[in-house]
Design a protein around this ligand. Structure first.
Ligand code: IMP
Length: 432
């Protein structure tokens, strides 16, 4: 028995929701360790659909403990709204079912506003990132800049005014430069006091709690958000999110030592998608791209934006396998490829006449990379709902084997529809 870390191995939206749901049923504790309410997924439990953004998946399952680690940025308004939405569906979130790290950073309305102001300004100059406008980046900047307001500060109203002062010295200088009105000290104090009472009951020394759980043999599931190619260090910078999304962050973002992380499961879509701006070597601007988008329902859960679609990029996922230390992958949405005459997989790139096997880190070089493809025969049969290898057409099995070989990691789970049971289980990550 081991703990499991789930990460996205592409640009997010790999179908983590279904897999995390499946795993959370087997876990005792489910931990978020990075990102915030820029993530989004839908869980379907006993026919009821729950939309989660900030709360860990375990929160909707009775008897599971959900934990928001220090690596997450928490918008208290979004947190309260999400809990209220769940309450309307009959799920009461209590301190028995949810704990929030005392040292996690808060997203305030000024962060959300700044995210929007910058994106609007960048739209005019053609440099926008295409963020979710949730204030994620600005909140992480304040964390690293050592001026953030953290969950624990809500409990110490005596020292809070000085912290708000420090925060506003920075933000108001920035806002003046951007031609925006300054934010009043009283407004931030009011915002913080208005949420303190709702957030504080969940506050916890998370590293100590996890240490205790681990010693008692609890199964811990670490629920990553976004994907490896959106990682602040390893992603397609600057078109990335502002956190480390790789598996190593499960340790730093929760306070658990890396030796206890266990199985690293990379969720991997059988083709590639991306939301927002940035390089995407295998992007398809033709009818096949449109086919993948429509058949795969490729619209953002949080922003509703249309996702860009393209062929599977094995070179990128191979890099993900390396930087995460992926033990095995969960391959999702294979059924979306049903019916295509032929399928392409990118195995490397041509850059300035040379063949290379990975995407270079420099933005300008990334833009010049041309994918090198291998072509495989498609299959006409439906793979929807397949629950064993015997249910899959030979060409589909060939495709999966080719993916495994090219990325250097085995398939642990193969998902063949949004339904929970439509999964081929090769290895149970908790039992590996
Ligand atoms: P931010 O995280 O809102 O700052 O957005 C930065 C980039 O990450 C943008 O390209 C977003 O579209 C992308 N992004 C953020 N969260 C997700 C997600 O959950 N799925 C896919 N893309 C995301």
């Amino acid at each position: 028995m081991t703990n499991v870390v789930v990460v996205g191995s592409q640009w997010g939206d790999e179908g983590k929701g279904k897999i995390v749901d499946w795993l959370s049923e087997r876990a005792d504790v489910v931990v978020r360790f990075q990102g915030g309410h820029n993530a989004g997924h839908t869980l379907v439990i006993d026919g009821v659909s729950y939309k989660l953004s900030l709360l860990p998946s375990g929160v909707v399952r009775p008897g599971k403990l959900a934990v928001i680690g220090n690596g997450v940025v928490i918008d208290p308004h979004a947190l309260i709204a999400e809990m209220e939405r769940l309450a309307k569906q009959g799920v009461t979130v209590t301190p028995e079912s949810l704990r929030i790290a005392d040292n996690a950073t808060l997203i305030l309305s000024l962060h959300r506003e700044l995210d929007g102001i910058r994106e609007d300004a960048a739209s005019n100059s053609g440099t926008k990132i295409g963020t979710t406008r949730r204030g994620i980046g600005p909140a992480y900047e304040d964390k690293v800049g050592r001026r953030a307001i953290r969950v624990m500060d809500l409990a110490d109203l005596d020292t809070l005014p000085a912290k708000v002062d420090r925060l506003l010295t920075h933000h108001n200088a920035l806002r003046r430069g951007l031609g925006e009105a300054e934010v009043a000290h009283a407004a931030i104090m009011e915002e913080l006091s208005s949420v303190a009472e709702r957030v504080l009951p969940f506050m916890e020394t998370v590293w100590a709690l996890l240490d205790q759980k681990r010693r008692k043999g609890a199964r811990i599931l670490f629920e990553g958000a976004q994907g490896t190619l959106l990682d602040i260090d390893h992603g397609t910078y600057p078109f990335v999110t502002s956190s480390n999304t790789v598996a190593g962050q499960a340790a730093a973002g929760s306070g658990m030592g890396p030796g206890a992380l266990g199985y690293i499961l990379g969720i991997t879509k059988a083709y590639t998608t991306r939301v927002g701006e940035g390089p995407f070597p295998t992007e398809l601007h033709d009818e096949i791209g449109q086919f993948l988008g429509e058949k795969g329902h490729e619209f953002g859960t949080v922003t509703g934006r249309k996702r860009r679609c393209g062929w599977f990029d094995a070179a990128l996922v191979r890099q993900s396998v390396a930087v995460n230390g992926i033990t095995g992958i969960a391959l999702t949405k294979l059924d979306v490829l049903d019916g295509l005459d032929e399928l392409k997989i990118c195995v490397g790139y041509k850059l300035d006449g040379e063949e290379i096997d990975h995407l270079p880190a420099a933005q300008a070089a990334q833009a010049r990379c041309e994918p090198i493809y291998i072509t495989l025969e498609g299959w006409k049969e439906s793979t929807v709902g397949a629950r064993s290898w015997a249910d899959l057409p030979a060409q589909a099995i060939k495709y999966v084997r080719q993916v495994e070989e090219l990325i250097g990691a085995p398939v642990a789970l193969l998902s063949t529809s949004p339904e929970r049971d439509d999964t081929i289980l090769v290895t149970d990550p908790f039992e590996d």
